[in-house]
Design a binder for this molecule. Sequence first.
Ligand code: HEM
Ligand code: HEM
Length: 129
Amino acid sequence: MMANRCFKLGALYLIAGMSLGVYMGATHNHTLSPVHAHINLLGWVCLLLAGLLFARFPHLAETKLAKTFFWTYNIAVPVSMLALALVFLGQPQLGPVVGIGSFAVWFGGVCLALNVLLNLKAGDLAVAR
Ligand code: HEM
Ligand code: HEM
């Protein structure tokens, strides 16, 4: 189910993000700090929050917006993070991939936000208690 998949993917990002953090700390090379920050924040924090939303309000997981969020976001985050890391490591020609990837992450996040704005009703909070 959608919530479960968000939690599992988020957990993988937490491992990847923390590993990069430990590596940066150990080597005193903070070049990839923004990549580390966004792997943890977009990958772990946001997917955890999305998963909690889908678990608490299962009808939000059934919408087309939820599926569009899930697939767009989870393809765009790894692609943009990898491309961003490579740009920082000396491959500036991948800049456009970061740009398109970031736009796709944004679009995926907007789908999640629209899902909440359009499909979460005041009554859902009471019923789902
Ligand atoms: C084992 C765990 C972690 C280690 C060893 C670690 C290590 C680091 C290091 C070395 C930096 C660079 C600091 C600098 O350049 O000034 C950094 C930056 C950052 N980390 Fe972590 N980190 C860890 C986990 C996390 C987690 C779980 C999150 C978020 C949920 C996070 C969010 C950030 C952010 C946002 C920055 C950028 C801060 C800034 O630019 O001011 N980190 N981390
Ligand atoms: C489409 C999604 C996002 C894009 C394109 C984006 C882009 C950026 C950019 C360009 C910076 C400046 C980096 C620098 O000065 O080196 C930044 C910094 C930061 N962003 Fe994001 N961001 C996104 C989502 C988020 C989210 C969802 C969070 C938190 C949950 C977040 C937290 C931060 C933090 C804490 C910093 C400062 C730390 C740093 O400089 O590495 N961002 N972001």
